[in-house]
Design a protein around this ligand. Structure first.
Ligand code: DGL
Length: 286
């Protein structure tokens, strides 16, 4: 398949956005991709709107002004929730965040109209998911789960012998959330993973949620929306079938990180599902 000259920039505060990149690669295989993980300034989820907007705008400018991205996917829930406007003002290209696609996926999944959202503290405080869900006729109950990002960063996910600690933490958060939902007379049937780190916990989360509850993340929905929002005519979609697996994809991905490239290469492959290739260090300031 010939490559187009179109470049899509994908941004996250860390590695989690690689799950969104993975989905993009299967939907728009012929684009070139530049991924930036602002790992030196992670976590965004515990910071203020002002700081998140500054960091996210600088990251977006790096991808567009220095790397030539013609489209941007903000593969970070926190930056999408608190800084989408700031990013749109900072760069002259189409920008797609993950909140709207996540809410739409919840709308498609939920029968009761009541959904649960777990996310970082900043995302929950912004109520971006509640607003996006409300606009689609859903009622969303949100909960911050600040311990989950560090657990994923440490690799304490489902395939680690230490996963029982992570399981315990998830169980506590979800029990509290379900109790709050019951107290509010809600009947949630869908759980949105409102943080790009959480898909790595999905097998554990699916074991813990009540039987029948659907668990969704916004990676697939975001990639599908990118096909429509971006001018993908010469990028292999639409018209071409969506690739079944990442392994089929003739990937062209260049990754940058603002902190240890070694750590990015080691952890990033878990999110991307394959080696990240050589990661380059970039300094965006403090
Ligand atoms: N990428 C962030 C998100 O999806 C999680 C990590 C952070 O707090 O920066 O919300």
């Amino acid at each position: 398949m010939p490559k187009t000259n179109k470049r899509i920039g994908v941004f996250d505060s860390g590695f989690g956005g690689l799950t969104v990149l993975r989905a993009l690669l299967t939907h728009i295989p012929q684009a070139h991709y530049t991924f930036l993980g602002d790992t030196a300034r992670l976590p965004y989820g515990s910071k203020s709107r002002r700081t998140i907007a500054k960091f996210a705008a600088e990251s977006a400018q790096f991808l567009v002004n220095e790397q030539g991205a013609q489209y941007l996917v903000i593969a970070c829930n926190t930056a999408s929730a608190l800084a989408l406007d700031a990013i749109q003002e900072a760069v002259p290209v189409p920008v797609l965040g993950v909140i709207q696609p996540g809410a739409q996926a919840a709308r498609a999944a939920s029968r009761t109209g009541d959904v649960l959202v777990i996310a970082t503290d900043a995302t929950v405080r912004s109520h971006a998911y509640a607003a996006a869900c409300q606009a689609l006729g859903l009622h969303a109950l949100e909960k911050a789960c600040p311990l989950l990002v560090p657990l994923v960063e440490e690799g304490w996910t489902g395939d680690s012998p230490r996963h029982s600690v992570t399981e315990q933490v998830i169980r506590i958060y979800l029990d509290e959330l379900l109790k709050d939902a019951a107290a509010a007379h809600l009947h949630p049937d869908t759980l949105v993973l409102g943080c790009t780190h959480y898909p790595l916990l999905r097998p554990l989360i699916e074991q813990i949620v009540p039987v029948g509850m659907k668990v969704i993340d916004s990676a697939e929905a975001t990639a599908a929306q990118a096909v429509h929002l971006f001018d993908t005519k010469d990028m292999g979609a639409p018209g071409l079938p969506v690739l079944e697996t990442w392994e089929d994809c003739p990937a062209d991905v260049h990754c940058f990180a603002t902190d240890s490239v070694e750590k990015f290469e080691r952890l990033g492959s878990r999110f991307l599902g394959c080696p990240t290739g050589k990661v380059e260090l970039v300094d965006l300031g403090g």
